[in-house]
Design a protein around this ligand. Sequence first.
Ligand SMILES: *Cc1c(COP(=O)(O)O)cnc(C)c1O
Length: 430
Amino acid sequence: MPNLTHNHFSEDTLALHAGYTYDTQRTLSVPIYQNTAYSFESLKQAAARFGLEELGNIYSRLTSPTVDILGARLAAIEGGAFGIPTSSGTSAVFYALVNCAQNGNNIVYSNKIYGGTQTLVVHTLKRFGIEARVFDIDNIEETLEKAIDAKTSAIFFESLSNPQTAIADVEKITKIAKKHRIVSICDNTVATAFLHKPFEFGVDISVYSLSKYVNGQGSALGGVVIERPNLNELLKNNPRYAPFNTPDESYHGLVYANLPLPIFCIRIITEWLRNTGATLSAQAAWIILQGLETLGLRIKKHSQNALEVAKFLQSHPKAHNICYPALEGDTYNGLLKKYFKDSLSSGLLSFEAENFEVAQKICDSLELFAIVANIGDSKSLVIHPASTTHSQLSEKELQSAGVTPCTIRLSIGLENPCDIIADLKQALEK
Ligand SMILES: *Cc1c(COP(=O)(O)O)cnc(C)c1O
């Protein structure tokens, strides 16, 4: 892209151009730099790079050109300062959380989130001495502030939750986060920046699974952590964030808060990618860049198709409790109108069958839909959460997560909506 500031372009334009200035061959497509290590001009330069006095590539576990372009492009679309891709959405969520919290801290998380994230915060973080406290996304006033204390170092939620399609009242959350000077982290995987911009509503960190709508074809895993502009102000001299304000012994006594750089993301590289290595590969970054080019078009079409499907299900006697925020009368319709562009709501929707067995039968009877533990593919997908993605949760956790034994989750694809609806009709009536 010509050297213009990104601020003036819309997301559609940024998705095609941001972060890439031609390399020496002037390839129009971003090149895949299939490379592990970088040759230094001198040992002096090598030493400067290792000491962070000069920024530049050292080894591809830390940074590499194709991956960096993806990170810069995603950050530009999101309106962020910096973005670090990771090998999966799960590693992005993990890195964002452990960049805030260490042994002895706690994090506060929304009850309606992705099943894998729930397991990560409740069980895995516990092994690191980090306590996870839940708040009720549908009752923020009475539950969020109560869960916070002097050791709280992150508030985590999803803008549009998978699988419940709950929409967060983001401003209510960020108001409390700001009052207590706690980093707020929003998983924006399902909404994407084309429907929702977390930073416009006071969020500090946006994380993604790129494996879903951003890639869009179920062909690569990836994640990203993006920080908002000027986040350093919140981290600097904040007693909740000691690792940013005390010398890092593993980095010659470096104090991150003294760096004139986006330190949240820099520390993701220097602490987490360097020492635990969940780095995105150049190949996967390139595949995800292909998907990103058409994300704006696709998410709109996913949303239009899903609204048609939701209306069909609403009219069908065998489908109950249709959850789709773009439906008038849906619990989250008001929040959708407030926070989402053009009131579009992605391809994710759920409904309930009569009982557990009928739900399973419907899944097995669908022909066009594939039974897949994924969302955001261009092809329509179906899953029965209680027997699969959410089968590790206790009954109480299931209930809190808004999933019942009868819930069927659909990820509506880009097929002709008449074909999608015909398939659902035959499966419901079988
Ligand atoms: C899939 C998903 C994740 C995890 O991402 P992976 O790329 O599968 O590791 C995290 N958050 C949400 C909302 C997801 O849908």
